[in-house]
Design a protein around this ligand. Sequence first.
Ligand SMILES: Cc1ncc(COP(=O)(O)O)c(C=O)c1O
Length: 458
Amino acid sequence: MNLLTETTIRLVTAIPGPLSTELGKRREASVPRGVGSVLPVFVRRASGATVEDADGNQLLDFTGGIGCQNAGHVPPEALEAIHQQAADFIHTCFMVTPYEGYVRLAEELNERAPGAFPKKTFFVSTGAEAVENAIKLARHYTRRQAVIAFEDGFHGRTQLALSLTGKSKPYKAGFGPFAPEVYRMPFGYCYRCPHNLTYPDCDIECARRLESTFARHIEAEAVAAVIFEPILGEGGFVAPPREWFQVITEICSRHGILIIADEIQTGFWRTGPMLACEHFGIEPDIVVTAKSIAAGLPLAAVTGRAEIMDSPGPGGLGGTFGGNPVACAAALEILRAADTLQLADRARHIGELFERGTRDWLERFPLIGEIRGVGAMRAIELVKDRDTREPAAEETKAVLAACHRRGLIIISAGTFGNVIRMLVPLIAADAQIAEGLTVLEEALAEVEAERLSPAQRA
Ligand SMILES: Cc1ncc(COP(=O)(O)O)c(C=O)c1O
């Protein structure tokens, strides 16, 4: 692991340096504290998996703008198209005078989303907006109002998306009342099984409870849709067993309930295939995507069965900036480049590097409760005690702070703030993955050493 000849991280000041510190003061005075930032550094430029801050420090990015840079920062493949489109026209509003890029991108996503049935796609600007629109469509099509979402799920910060989100602090606390007709059940989070059972003997009790939700909370005939992330993002990179999806989809199809997959964080080859649903063999009725769709430009898509998507009449869907031409141009280039950049293979390979690099960590670091993930969507859950599985939130913060001091951009996840997640750009070189893991390993060792009593340390 330490055989690196050339490293990405090059620090010329402590983190943060003087210029970032100065900018931080201006930020504090001018931007509300509710808009948090994980690192105290301000960015000057970024490329691939590298970020340079205002003081000239070069940092290694294991976060990619929270999963928006699967193709790397400023991908050359998209840059020319972005320039060209910006020179041609930047905005006319598709709802006034449409343009081909929007239609071509819709065609591409219809073709690539799982399911051999006819599909349609429309675009909005953010993930939360896409989620809201998926619910609108499900309600309009089924003429039912209720939606079932999951504990530990994250769907965004607008009112309905927040109502679907299953984490109180900091997202929901104080922001009520929430949208009505949202019902919730536990997710298939095996490490923290809501029923204290063990897979596979559990017979996927968590998914089967959907039937009892119909008995206890809301009758099935009133439920428009079930919405889930195939793998929890903000909730801690939790992938339920494959059978979880089979049970949920079987129950839903028996009751005429639509399946909405929120692939905003899992999408665009993060886990290997373009969408994580492909891992689990599911074909959602509606799928929402955003984040890595357009090289970091604000774009989100709602793709679904044509008859559902065509349910509302003209004017029922849309938004002034939805499907911005520059963002569509970037997205088309990312789709085209995915093959040449071999993003699917890279995701699998990065997953293997992560597995190899962390193989003995469970033995070496008692803080680690579980190491998990699919493809390049990888995480480590930290616990104070392996028997009680008490979440180690302070220790997670300490590990992240130690990484940041060393120049690695990495963030947490999890309802209890005790999961370290990796969303490294898929184009990162093997040496960069190794470098980031080395930093993380050092940070874990540092925090483990601090946890020991002086006698144990001696
Ligand atoms: C799974 C998931 N859904 C929805 C959202 C909301 O997306 P946005 O922040 O673009 O509104 C996010 C953002 O992190 C997400 O990870």
